[in-house]
Design a protein around this ligand. Structure first.
Ligand SMILES: Cc1cc2nc3c(=O)[nH]c(=O)nc-3n(C[C@H](O)[C@H](O)[C@H](O)COP(=O)(O)O)c2cc1C
Length: 247
């Protein structure tokens, strides 16, 4: 009898205790589903200036993506303390090879999030014909774990749409940009063919009168900006929206 009573009380307590647990599980399942339905887009800013051309293009891209219901996260590489690939070879250890860099620093959570994202955007000003050092350094950490030295294949954790954004002084018909250079091949092999968006002949400073920039014609720059900048931003917005809407 005493055992029966104890069993009854035990069952009743367990049943009562289960109610809030079950309802919170339901709620978190719902939340997870909503989060899963929402596209997650990672936007990597490889430029140092927070309010200038590259940042504005990336902000517009994010706006476009959010307008179509995606979650867009902008990561500013210049705010993070990290280094390039250290050739530690941990990603290639026999039997434990991994396609996400395991070196622990400020880039670790960013690389982990990219591995699970639904889209990736890389943005950089062109410096001496290339992406910035900060972007290049980031790309070493992103892409080296993709590369198999067994068969030279490039395998990311997940294929996803990629947009590469560049801003530069050069013109469409005259520029020295190698853009993402050899990294573009790695990105294409691992993630899929990227789309490329370029803002040419950008306005490099807010007031040309204050700087030794006589090699540029300020009126010509201003005219180009007036004729192209809004369109460049619109292209970034549209690309963001498209990425968010992609199946
Ligand atoms: C260090 C440095 C190197 C640059 N090299 C180039 C270059 O090789 N080709 C070019 O077209 N523009 C070059 N630029 C101009 C920038 O690419 C251009 O102004 C860009 O839009 C700046 O981006 P931001 O406004 O986001 O900083 C250079 C600028 C700097 C500061």
């Amino acid at each position: 009898m005493a055992t029966n009573r104890r069993d009854f009380i035990k069952k009743a307590v367990m049943a009562l205790a289960a109610i809030p647990v079950l309802s919170s599980l339901d709620a978190s399942a719902e939340e997870t589903n909503t989060q899963r339905d929402m596209k997650k887009i990672m936007i990597i800013d490889g430029g140092p200036r927070k309010n200038m051309n590259t940042a504005a293009m990336l902000e517009k891209f994010a706006e476009g993506a959010r307008s179509a219901g995606a979650e867009a996260t902008i990561v500013r590489l210049y705010d993070l303390d990290y280094k390039g690939c250290r050739s530690c070879m941990i990603c290639k250890i026999k039997g434990k090879a991994t396609n996400v860099c395991k070196f622990k620093d400020a880039l670790t959570p960013v690389l982990d999030e990219i591995a699970q994202a639904d889209g990736l955007v890389l943005g950089s000003p062109i410096y001496f014909g290339d992406v910035t050092g900060q972007m290049r350094t980031f790309l070493e950490r992103l892409a080296f774990p993709w590369l198999s030295y067994n068969d030279y294949s490039m395998t990311a954790p997940k294929k996803m749409p990629v947009v590469l954004i560049e801003t530069m002084n050069g013109l469409p018909e005259r520029n020295n940009s190698q853009g993402y250079g050899s990294m573009e091949y790695c990105i294409e092999a691992a993630l899929g063919k990227p789309e490329r968006l370029v803002a040419y002949n950008t306005y490099q400073v807010k007031n040309y009168d204050n700087f030794e920039l006589a090699g540029f014609s300020e009126p010509a720059k201003r005219q180009w900006r007036d004729e192209h900048w809004e369109q460049d931003l619109q292209k970034a917005f549209d690309a963001g929206k498209r990425m968010a809407e992609k199946n």
